[in-house]
Each structure stands twice: as C-alpha cells, then as structure tokens.
Design a protein around this ligand. Structure first.
Ligand code: DGL
Length: 270
C-alpha cells in the first residue's frame, strides 16, 4: 500500500449516523480532510439483507478510494457487522479499512466494573450477534442483554431528536425489565449518539451509556500516527455526498460541521 499523508479520510454510513463519527474525527484530527458518503437512497441498512449491505458497502468503499482516501471508515455498525471482510477484500490493498466495532470492544476490555451490559442497535447488528459474541469472548460471566431498536433510525433521520415522540419511543423500547439491572449500555448504532442524552435521562443518569464516536476517532488517530500518515495541511474543504437528497441530512450535517456545506447528490450505482 502506497499511502501518503495528504490523502483524505473517507467515512460512510446509510445516513446521518456516521456524521457522529466524522464529527469526532474532525475534532480529534482537524488537519484531516473528510469525504463523507451518506447512502440515503438505501436507508435504513438495519433491515436489509446481508448481501445488499455488502454490495452497497463495497461500492461506496471503491468510490471513496477513487476520491483518493487513505482510510475507509465504515461508520455504521450494521455495515461493520456484515460487510467488513468484504470491504477489506475490495479495497484493503489501497486504503486502511476501519470498522466501528473493534475499537469499542477494545475500549470495553479495559473498562472495570461491568457486570450487566445492554446493547441496542439495528436488527441487522443485533441479529448478527457480533457484539454479543465479542463481549462474551472478553468475559464469559458478563451478562449481555441485546435488543434491536429499529424505530430509532427513521425517527432520528426525520429529526425527532429532543421531543415527546423520541421520549415515547425510547420508553417503549427500554422499559423492559431486563434493562432494570444493566450498569452499562452500548449504543451499537452510529445514529444513537444523537439521542444519547435522552437515553441517559431515561435511566436517571445511573447507567453508563457508551457511544463509539470519540473512541473510534482516537483509534483512527492512533493508526495514522503509527503509520506516519497524519495530514499536516490546514487547507482543505470537507466533502459531503448523499445518494438521495434530504433536507434533514443537510440540517444535521450543518449542525455538526459549522461550515458552508455543499451537499452533492451522487448515484454511484448506475
Ligand atoms: N447508523 C447505522 C448503524 O450504525 C445504520 C442504521 C440503519 O441504516 O439502519 O447501524
């Protein structure tokens, strides 16, 4: 692999969720240029087949490599659970491929005092059992309570973030008695940090709600530092692509990146 410092970091997700990761990367590594692809035409990934998720992910990864990216960041748990190996096979000889699951598991490995851990994510992520098996491999005696919460993604994409509707849906999913005993909760979907405060409030701030954005950004930094690939330039414009235009994507992208975002609609499939 012949990579150089001034290449970009490519980040993708089905929609706005990956912006939570892109934003953390921007704060942690302000010199890096980010190229973001939100596959809004195929959203949500959470209820798609594994084959479809692999197909979308590989093509987006190839597009990001064509845009001269040194990193392909799979900023989506569903795609990380189903398509990480396929993306590596497709572009791993041209870019560093990073998923969102490994850094989070590494983080939990060194976290003391977790006995009962909840995981919430899309159907695709929870049914893949990737988190459940990786957490059990860390510690067999860990009690893992996993639940798919599929309404959260469309709710967030529609902008229902700090209101009665989101509170009612959070309550409906998390009121189950299994969640009464958890000490930690993993947000295994990159959309969920947008409702993290409400989830913390739902548990009266007694549960440690873990989201991967800063953990993943630190991981990207350590990989680039180790490979001597950190950008030194301060002159760059981040780029944002979507496969279908939505007003809400633009609004949320502006909320995270306080810059004049030119959202480009791009069909990479035809
Ligand atoms: N943000 C994504 C995830 O982390 C995808 C959600 C979806 O499209 O269903 O899984």
């Amino acid at each position: 692999m012949n990579l150089h410092k001034e290449q970009s970091i490519g980040v993708f997700d089905s929609g706005v969720g990956g912006l939570t990761i892109a934003h953390a990367i921007k704060l942690t590594l302000p010199n890096e240029k980010i190229i973001y692809f939100g596959d809004t035409a195929h959203l949500p990934y959470g209820d798609k087949s594994s084959e479809s998720i692999k197909y979308y992910s590989k093509n987006i990864a190839k597009f990001l490599v064509e845009q001269n990216c040194k990193v392909v960041m799979i900023a989506c748990n569903t795609a990380s659970a189903h398509a990480y190996q396929d993306v590596r096979e497709a572009v791993g000889d041209k870019a560093i491929v990073i998923n969102v699951i490994e850094p989070l598991i590494d983080f939990i490995k060194f976290k003391p005092k977790i006995n009962n851990i909840g995981i919430i994510g899309t159907k695709g992520t929870i049914e893949s059992s990737v988190y459940q098996s990786k957490l059990k491999a860390l510690n067999m005696s860990l009690n893992v309570i996993a639940k798919a919460t599929p309404m959260f993604v469309p709710m967030i994409e529609e902008g229902f973030i700090y209101d009665d509707i989101s509170n009612a849906i959070i309550r409906a999913y998390l009121s189950e008695s299994d969640f009464d005993k958890i000490d930690s909760l993993v947000l295994a979907c990159t959309h969920y940090p947008l409702i993290k405060n409400q989830i913390r409030k739902f548990f009266n701030f007694k549960v440690d709600v873990i989201d991967s954005s800063q953990i993943v950004a630190n991981y990207v930094k350590s990989v680039l530092t180790e490979m001597n690939l950190l950008s030194e330039s301060t002159e760059h414009n981040n780029e944002f692509y979507v496969s279908d235009y939505t007003k809400m994507f633009e609004t949320i992208a502006r909320m995270f990146f306080e810059e004049d975002i030119q959202l480009k609609k791009l069909d990479i499939w035809t």
